[in-house]
Structures are given as C-alpha cells and as structure tokens.
Design a protein around this ligand. Structure first.
Ligand SMILES: [Zn+2]
Length: 336
C-alpha cells in the first residue's frame, strides 16, 4: 500500500519514535491509542514502512523506492504482518489461533529486513485467550520483532498487556489546525460542522462524514426535535433511527443532550457539538427540565454499554425515543 503523507499533528509523535529508534531504545511492544479518525493507523503504517525500508530519508520516513518499499507497496512484504479479526468468522474478535500462527518461533524472525513488525488492529478485539498468548511474546520478545497494537479503547485491554507496552497516545489536533488541513484535502462544504460532528478527528471528518450521513443526521435530529414537540410517534421515529445504526444514533443523541444542557445554563456556551442547529436547541433548552435531561443523558451512556453487550438495538432505540417523548410530554403538561 502507498502511504499518504503523515498529517502535521502526528509529526511530534513521529519525531519521538524516530529519536527512540536512533537511540536504539525501541521497545518490543507499542500501543498506539487515540480517538477514531485521528490517524493511529497512518502512524503505525508509516512506522512499519520506516522500519523495513533500507534507504529511509533523513526524517525517518520510508524512501518509497527501495526493494523493500516496493514489496510494501504491493502489500506482500514478509516482515510486515497484519493481524485482525478473521473476516470469514462471524465473531469480530482476534482469536488465539490467529495469534499462534505468528508467535511461532520462525514467524518472529525477520525474513529479509532488519525488523519484523506485526500490526495488531484493533487490539481491543483480542479475546482473553489471544491476549494471554500475546502476553507470552511480549514477556519474551524475539530479537528484532515489534508488536504494534492499535486501538481506540486501550482500557479494554488487560492491564498485563498495557503495562508491557509503551503507550503512544495520538492527540487530537487543535480545531484550527484540523480545519486548515481539511480545507487542503477536501472540496466538501460545511467542513467545520463535519469536524465538530467527528469530535475533532480530521480523518473521520474527511471520510466518515459524507453528504449522505449529514442528511441522515439532519433527519434524525428533526425527528428528535419533533418528539420533544409531541408531533411524532416515538416507535416510528426509533425505526428510522435504527436504519442509521444504534451506535451512530447514541453518539448523536449524547451530542444533542450535551448541547441542550450547555444552552440551558448559558445563552452563549463557548462550544456546541451542533452549532448549525443552535437556535432550535436554544429554544428547546428554555423549556425542558434539566434533571430530566441529565437522567436521559445517563440513559444514553447506559445504552452504549448495553449495545456493547449485544442488546437488541431496535428495542434500545425504541426505549430511548419513548422516554425522550415522555419526559418532554411531562414538561408540557406541567406548563399548561
Ligand atoms: Zn525504501
């Protein structure tokens, strides 16, 4: 695979990695964490290419021309191993069988380059047995092997794994820097809004927030406001939400509730998740009950955990839509 240039907000972490390499302080276990869409995979891929390239540039990046770089570009360098959930399996976990295949003695010895690097992605999908198998390799690493674990939720990894890895937390760029980068890389409109909705993660704003998703968000948000006004049926609205996906809806709902609570305590909050709908939120914020909103927000957080535990997503969304309609109905009753 050919690599896009590393985005500017990753340059500082890159320099740290290269300094560790120059000082021969590279550790055998690296854990790259950070928000979705911030560039963890790009960083890991550049790092892997840099380790395997035989003519790397002064700033540590791979040359893109040597025989090893050509193998990397073709996706078949024997010293770069990609480990993830089995695409043919129903389970989306990384199993012990997958880990065993590469922890065999020969598999850990570089074939042609100075290093062997395994990218384990997403690392939070390692099941318990796989994590234990990996632990052995982290405890007794082979000479020039680096295991690079990549994940959004490092907290889900066993502490034994985390403690044996050097953690690199990829930070979100400042909003102005992210926006400037987006403007250089995208012709889309509403980049500032897309970036806000992507929680400040530029790569997610660039490739995750396309026009279709923005339109879905507009419709779901209209439904959310209509539920509050008592002009829409909650079960039908929940069915519409379900077509977008429960995880996405829970993310939006949390953002909407946070904006309502911000506008409830201040007419000019410094930051809103949904600045384009400020007036409608401000109007609703004057009407609802803050205790209800806090309780509803808590319910959204609980729903996230339930979703991770495989609860039926449609029922979950129905319960939320009904509850949101109910607490707004109660507010209207009290006012009349
Ligand atoms: Zn090269």
């Amino acid at each position: 695979m050919r690599l896009e240039p590393l985005p500017p907000w990753l340059h500082e972490i890159w320099a740290r990695l290269q300094a560790a390499r120059a000082a021969e302080r590279l550790v055998h276990g690296l854990l790259i964490t950070g928000a979705r869409g911030v560039g963890k995979r790009q960083l890991a891929a550049h790092f892997a290419h840099s380790l395997l390239c035989t003519a790397r540039l002064a700033d540590g990046f791979a040359c893109g021309r040597c025989a090893d770089c050509q193998l990397l570009a073709a996706g078949n360098h024997p010293d770069l191993i990609q480990i993830g959930p089995d695409p043919d399996s129903k389970s989306d976990t990384i199993t012990i069988d997958t880990i065993r295949v590469f922890t065999g003695r020969e598999a850990l010895t570089p074939s042609r380059a100075a290093w062997k690097i395994a990218l384990i992605d997403p690392a939070d999908r390692l099941n318990t047995a796989a994590a234990n198998a990996l632990l052995k390799t982290l405890e007794e690493p082979a000479g020039r092997t680096i295991l690079c674990l990549i994940g959004e939720r490092s907290g889900q990894l066993p502490a034994t794994i985390r403690s044996r890895c050097q953690q690199l937390k990829v930070p979100l760029p400042a909003e102005a820097e992210a926006l400037a980068w987006l403007q250089r890389h995208s012709q889309q409109r509403d980049l500032a809004l897309r970036l806000r909705l992507a929680h400040g993660a530029p790569l997610l704003a660039l490739s995750g927030y396309d026009d279709a998703l923005l339109a879905q968000r507009r419709d779901c948000l209209n439904g959310f406001l209509a539920l509050a006004a008592g002009t829409r049926d909650p079960v039908r609205e929940a069915a519409a939400w379900h077509t977008v996906g429960a995880a996405q809806l829970l993310d939006w709902l949390a953002g909407w509730l946070c904006d309502l609570l911000r506008l409830h305590v201040s007419v000019a909050p410094p930051r809103l998740n949904n600045p384009d709908r400020r007036d409608e939120f401000a109007s609703l914020a004057t009407r609802f009950n803050a205790a209800d909103a806090h309780r509803f927000l808590q319910q959204i957080f609980t729903a996230r955990q339930q979703l991770a535990a495989n609860i039926n997503p449609q029922l979950l969304l129905e319960a939320l839509a009904l509850d949101w309609a109910r607490c707004n109905h109660a507010v209207r009753q009290r006012r009349n």
